[in-house]
Design a protein around this ligand. Structure first.
Ligand code: MTE
Length: 311
């Protein structure tokens, strides 16, 4: 069952020492290493001392329980509680990500190689789902832009396409034709290179829980959540705008850009406000911010574009 909240507050389930350390650290400047935030805790086996990032929001993250029990991951079913129930069936080791398309240095890397090569940090980001709810997640990840630079995209490359694994034996939702598998997403190359865009390999200092997109997923914090594709096996540089799952499914409701924008309604509901997960179904909604609050970092990407047309 999805637990919406109420019995506890986030502070109850967030290791206190961790947040105290984080606050101290933020005063000390970016790039410092957290002092073993999870010492003595059951959390944090994989990334015990993540580097904090100046891109993190100051907002309190949601509880591990909220983040791992209220999910969209249609490969495991369409209800919010389905991924938590079924995603444990997914084998995430070994796993590799193929880089191909219009680039001079294609390759195939295991997730271990990627973690070793690109220093991971903690990025506490707001996630705003197109269904008008939001949460705050302490992701562990590295900038996609670094991997792109090393892949040497050629001058024709204008977009980056992403694909999720297809393995119906382990992904029960893929045995239905609800979506055309694989799940696909895409970004313009400059969006993919923006330092806010990360490939995430964990959260709360732990390896990525399966229901959140193990072992490696995209996180694009200024776009609606469906752009943040999970369990990625392929990244391809293309010249043309690549097809994407929700745009293919229903292009009137889901555009390629899908930037969080309170001024452009979804055809069936307003996007001006959001329900914060964990505050209860009857809690007051909060106003949605342009680009989900990341305007200063990304508004320049869309200068001169009509964002109502390019939704
Ligand atoms: N990626 C895949 N492969 N399949 C999906 O169904 N759902 C998307 C996105 N990535 C989805 C996906 C949607 S709609 C959202 S809101 C986010 O994942 C949810 O991420 P979370 O479960 O970690 O909060």
């Amino acid at each position: 069952m999805v637990k919406f909240n109420s019995e506890y507050t986030h502070a109850d389930v967030t290791p206190k020492s961790y947040w105290l350390n984080r606050r101290k650290l933020m005063m000390g400047g970016a790039g410092a290493v957290l002092a073993s935030p999870f010492a003595g805790s059951v959390l944090g086996k994989a990334f015990p001392s993540p580097i904090a990032s100046p891109y993190s929001t100051d907002q309190e993250p949601h509880s591990f329980e909220d983040i791992t029990t209220y999910n969209n991951f249609y490969e495991f079913g369409t209800r919010k509680g389905d991924p938590a129930k079924h995603a444990h069936n997914l084998t995430t080791e070994p796993w590799s990500v193929k880089i191909d398309g219009l680039c001079d240095n294609p390759g195939e890397y295991s997730v271990h190689e990627l973690i070793e090569k690109y220093s991971v940090e903690e990025r506490i980001y707001r996630l705003r789902c197109v269904e008008a709810w939001s949460m705050v997640v302490p992701w562990i990840g590295f900038e996609l832009g670094k991997l792109i630079e090393d892949s040497l995209p050629d001058s024709k490359a204008k977009f980056v396409a992403f694909e999720t694994l297809v393995r119906p034996e382990e992904m029960v939702g893929q045995r239905s034709g609800f979506l055309d598998w694989p799940y696909r997403e895409g970004l313009r190359l400059d969006e993919a290179m923006n330092p806010l865009t990360i490939l995430s390999v964990g959260l709360y200092g732990e390896l990525m829980p399966n229901q959140n997109g193990a072992p490696i997923r995209l996180v694009v914090p200024w776009k609606y959540g469906f752009k943040s594709i999970k369990s990625i096996v392929k990244i391809t540089f293309t010249e043309e705008m690549p097809p994407t799952t929700w745009n293919d499914q229903n292009s009137r409701e889901y555009g390629f850009y899908s930037n969080v924008n309170p001024n452009v309604s979804h055809p069936r509901w307003s996007q001006a406000a959001e329900r914060v997960i964990g505050t209860g179904l009857f809690a007051k909604k909060i106003p949605t911010l342009m680009f989900n609050g990341y305007e200063e970092h990304v508004a320049h990407l869309y200068e001169g574009m009509d964002l109502a047309e390019n939704y």
